[in-house]
Design a protein around this ligand. Sequence first.
Ligand SMILES: [Zn+2]
Ligand SMILES: [Zn+2]
Length: 380
Amino acid sequence: MAPQREWFEKDYYRVLGVGETATAKEIKSAYRKLSRQYHPDTNSGDKAAEERFKEVSAAYDVVGDAEKRKEYDEVRKLGPVGGMFGGGGSGAPGGGFRFQGGDIGDVLGGLFGRPRRGGGASGPGRGTGPHRGQDLEAELHLDFEDAVRGLTTTIHLTSEAACSTCMGTGAKPGTAPRTCVQCNGRGVLDDNQGFFSFSQPCPACAGRGYTIDDPCPTCGGSGIEHRPREVKVRIPAGVADGQRIRLRGRGGPGRNGGPPGDLYVTTRVTPHRLFGRRGDDLTLTVPVTFPEAVLGADVRVPTLDGTSVKVRIPAGTRSGRTLRVKGKGVPKSRKTGDMLVTVEVAVPQKLTDDERKAVEALAAANDGRSPRAHLGIEEG
Ligand SMILES: [Zn+2]
Ligand SMILES: [Zn+2]
């Protein structure tokens, strides 16, 4: 036997007055006792007793059978329904739960071993009520400068899109879809079962809310076509390499009146010849000569916008020291980043005779003042 809808509503353990973890033997003995107590033979004419007897029998029919009990326990574990059993027969305020279209259809369909509704004529995945469109992924290759400044560009992708022949209606051009008379365009039919109210996808229109007499020849009535698409995107200033940007509603079209999916764009930023990025700050390495580092100097460094700025190298700057140039980083609406200039003392590989003499003179003048004195090793 397949699970039944009333399994959602009835607490068979409570009916039999046993706990959920009761053994088969405990269930059997509880059933024996209650069925004897309410048996029609001993309660002739007592309507309430008759009802009780039926309830007890129905309960034992399920939880008295190991196989069915397992399935019943599964049903009870289902999220939205599970909560109601604790409250028992007192009933939920407002008269129960309501399930919407496709979801409960899927739950019940899966549980009850039925094929999903609407699988036939209207094609796979269709006709189970409104479906959100697919989420799509795309990559966008950006120049370093464009990533810093932001830009508006066009992404080309091939995906599902509203059919261009019928504009997504699914109806042959010149004809129009008709509102479904069965469900009045709602796409669902209500099926009241006492405590529960189920919304079922309308079988007449397969949950779409409308019917099509003459299907569009391009898309066969689905309203959806697989074709190249262009999506205009606005990339904000300051995106980083590998960032995933969500464009709401720019993914695949929804089905049966469902909303479209989202488009996720992952940015691939080409590295810059000179500049790097650290968050909203730009980084730049600037070589200086030994005399510039020792004596201090003003040096001009490039900025990303093509101009240059003067940076003061203080006297006694160590190689590797980073100087901050305010406001020359990634422009952001809130706060523009800085440019971080890292000083690198250049060591010449070739010296002129004059330079060699000067460096040797420096070495001679340095005599006895080793920078390694603190290491405590005698040098000789
Ligand atoms: Zn309908
Ligand atoms: Zn079409």
